[in-house]
Design a binder for this molecule. Structure first.
Ligand code: CMC
Length: 391
């Protein structure tokens, strides 16, 4: 009771104390556990980043090996889960399938549901990290009508995911290091971003002491939205639309500025970054390098660069401090790696998974109270019930 502060979209409300990720939106800096994202993206690997986010420190060789082994122990998914996948239509959006499958995992791993000690949480985390890679790969196989591949423990996490996703039956599968390195970098760049919409969702759901898997399933649903992770799919669709319409980027910049029009420049703008998104800088360069290395000439990259140039010189975008965000160039890389558009947000989910888990773990270990925002009521005042025949 008492005075309620109204903060639509929680623009200025801190919901928790956290030690995981720091971002300074005014200068465009991002740190995982204190390490600058530029250093992490260049020097680390996704498995190590998962460890760092979950445990707070970079692992020693021994800690890394134990963590890797812990994940590999669960490098399989119950056979019955395949029946659930079978039941989905092939046209089902992979994010809907992924969210449902993540929730379904609870039924097959009931011991991981209600964990309260740090050890059990870490164990559940390793289990989910392993199984989620299967689910992500399998959503792809489903949309293509392909058989489902199982994990291969001789590979690292990203290679294993890549193989499960793309290996054809009876094929001698080759790992392309350019592709795997690019995937690794993208996953690292998406691994955590403090209290974004999906992470806040995971924390909110988990704050009711809902288990890890179900909380993460809710996070997948939140990420699906086009204002959040779904933007990576929306960006490519927008770039394709502009290309099909003759490539007139100025026309679409004008459209985005027009308040009568609902169109927004997808992949532009961010709640916190008001200078630039440091992840976008790294991804833009990576997109350039990867297309080069794979010998791909993608018109979408040219259109994206033109769009960025025109928008960044336009007063509307300058005044509102709207810059390309992480989703602006990521789709161009995914496409070059052979990942279809409707899978882009699944890739984001795979990357964000360690962030969701770390934030869930932190919240539970710190004993945050149940999330329960207040409201300012604007509805009808007290009135008497009217029987239906008298309405
Ligand atoms: N195109 C055109 N105008 C925009 C855009 C855009 N992409 N983004 C913001 N604006 C305008 C908005 O209309 C508003 O103008 P005005 O002050 O005249 O009303 C002003 O900029 C502030 O925008 P806002 O919607 O109040 O800002 P927000 O912090 O609530 O929203 C955002 C942030 C990311 C949802 C928004 O910028 C957006 O919709 N961007 C496009 C979708 C997108 O790329 N999302 C990915 C976000 S980053 C990665 C992730 O979270 O997954």
């Amino acid at each position: 009771t008492g005075l309620i502060t109204l903060d639509l979209g929680y623009k200025n409300t801190g919901a928790t104390l956290s030690e995981i990720t720091y971002l300074d939106g005014d200068v465009g800096e991002l740190y995982y556990r204190g390490y600058p994202i530029e250093q992490i993206a260049e020097k680390s690997n996704f498995t190590e980043v998962m460890y760092l986010l979950l445990h707070g420190e970079l692992p020693t060789q021994e800690q890394f090996a134990k963590f890797d082994e812990g994940i590999k122990k669960y490098n399989y998914v119950a056979e019955e889960m395949k029946k659930i996948i079978d039941a989905f239509p092939r046209s089902a959006h992979p994010m809907g399938v992924l969210s449902s499958l993540t929730s379904a995992l609870v039924a097959f791993n009931p011991k991981a549901v209600d964990v309260t000690s740090k050890e059990d949480m870490d164990h559940a985390a390793e289990m989910l990290i392993a199984k989620f890679a299967h689910l992500a790969a399998w959503t792809y196989r489903k949309t293509k009508g392909l058989s489902l591949n199982h994990g291969d423990n001789s590979l690292n996490y990203v290679e294993n995911f890549y193989r499960m996703t793309f290996k054809m039956p009876n094929q001698q599968f080759e790992i392309n290091p350019v592709v795997v390195d690019a995937l690794d970098k993208l996953l690292i760049l998406h691994a955590d971003h403090e209290q974004n919409c999906s992470t806040s969702t995971v924390r909110m759901v988990g704050s009711a002491h809902t288990g890890l898997f179900a909380s993460v399933s809710a996070g997948v649903s939140a990420l699906w939205g086009p204002l959040h992770g779904g933007a990576n799919q929306a960006v490519i669709e927008m770039l394709e639309m502009i290309e099909a319409d003759g490539g007139d980027v100025a026309k679409y910049v004008a459209k985005a500025k027009n308040k009568e029009d609902n169109f927004r420049l997808m992949g532009f703008g961010h709640r916190v970054y008001k200078n630039f998104d440091p992840r976008a800088k790294i991804i833009k360069k990576a997109a350039d390098d990867i297309l080069d290395a794979l010998g791909i000439d993608d018109k979408a990259l040219d259109i994206a660069m033109q769009l960025e140039r025109v928008a960044l010189e336009d007063d509307y975008f300058v005044e509102r401090k709207l810059y390309p965000n992480v989703d602006f160039y990521s789709g161009i890389i995914y496409r070059a790696l052979g990942i279809p558009t409707e899978m882009f947000t699944v890739m984001f989910a795979l990357g964000r998974l360690p962030g969701w888990i770390s934030q869930w773990k932190e919240m539970r270990l710190k004993g945050d109270p149940i999330g329960r925002p207040r409201q300012v009521y604007q509805g009808a005042q007290k009135r008497d019930y009217v029987a239906m025949e008298n309405r």
